[in-house]
Design a protein around this ligand. Structure first.
Ligand code: PAF
Length: 252
């Protein structure tokens, strides 16, 4: 497994013999890898001849500067989890990703303004912009995204269609801990009592008969609720617990 910190060097590898004529699978991440990412990597490994992982904590998608500072960083553990599944890891620096200081960006004007977008202004501009840059750097045949970030996945799909990008976006099912909590890098910021309590979030999201009921039951259970809404047969929610923001979705 090769690790690339300099993108001009990575480009030389990408256009070299190692990749010539090979199918390329790509898993974009912000690091702090967990079993959910592991499943994405395993699927990419099974379906492609080359697998590329990116680890980049993208400043442009953090509307809350405090959240960016607190975002877990664990490069060594991430590389250990990836080894054996990944051929190349790119770990770009912000200066190389944003030579324009983010003057140029991708904006979507409908879906990105509701749900997560209503609570995190600018978040999806940051996501779409960095995903486009990463796709340009990696030039994969397939890119793998988890369904936990349902809205992100719809927006990436839409961008690929809108901008005629030559890549297949592969949707991968949310991976859950045995008790049902969706895996997330943010879970590790919960206390052990908070972590045990957090499972009520997917339970209530699934069991409540209406979205209004879900909001009420979540509040009674001690969560601060940003939203619970239904869209395209999916019930989506975002809550805060112990200052940690959790999102999830279940099919209806
Ligand atoms: O889902 C994520 O981890 C990020 O939003 C992504 C797609 C890697 C872009 O920074």
């Amino acid at each position: 497994m090769r690790v690339h910190h300099k993108m001009h060097e990575w480009r030389v590898t990408r256009t070299g013999n190692n990749f010539a004529g090979k199918s390329v699978g790509f898993v974009p991440t912000m690091g702090a890898l967990h079993e959910g990412h592991h499943q994405l990597l395993k699927r990419a490994r099974a379906e492609n001849e080359r697998v590329v992982l990116s680890i980049f904590v993208n400043p442009a998608q953090f509307n809350d500067p405090n959240d960016l500072v607190k975002y877990p960083r664990s490069l060594e553990a991430d590389l250990a989890l990836a080894s054996g599944l990944v051929d190349d890891v790119i770990v770009p620096e912000a200066a190389e990703m944003y030579p324009d200081k983010y003057r140029y960006r991708v904006t979507e004007n409908e879906l990105s303004t509701v749900l997560e977008g209503a609570h995190r202004p600018g978040h999806f501009d940051g996501v779409l912009t960095v995903v486009l840059k990463l796709l340009n750097l990696v030039q994969p045949h397939r890119a793998y995204f988890g369904e936990k970030d349902w809205q992100q996945l719809q927006l990436v799909d839409g961008m690929v269609r809108a901008l005629l990008l030559p890549v297949e976006i592969v949707h991968c099912e949310t991976v859950r801990d045995p008790d049902g909590l969706a895996m997330s890098s943010r879970n590790r910021r919960l206390s052990s009592a908070g972590r045990a309590h957090a499972v009520k979030f997917p339970q209530i999201l699934r069991a409540a008969s209406t979205t209004a009921d879900a909001v009420r039951l979540l509040q009674v259970a001690g969560f601060t609720v940003d939203y619970v809404e239904e869209r395209d047969g999916v019930r989506l929610g975002a809550v805060h617990l112990e200052g940690v923001r959790l999102i999830d979705n279940v099919r209806r």
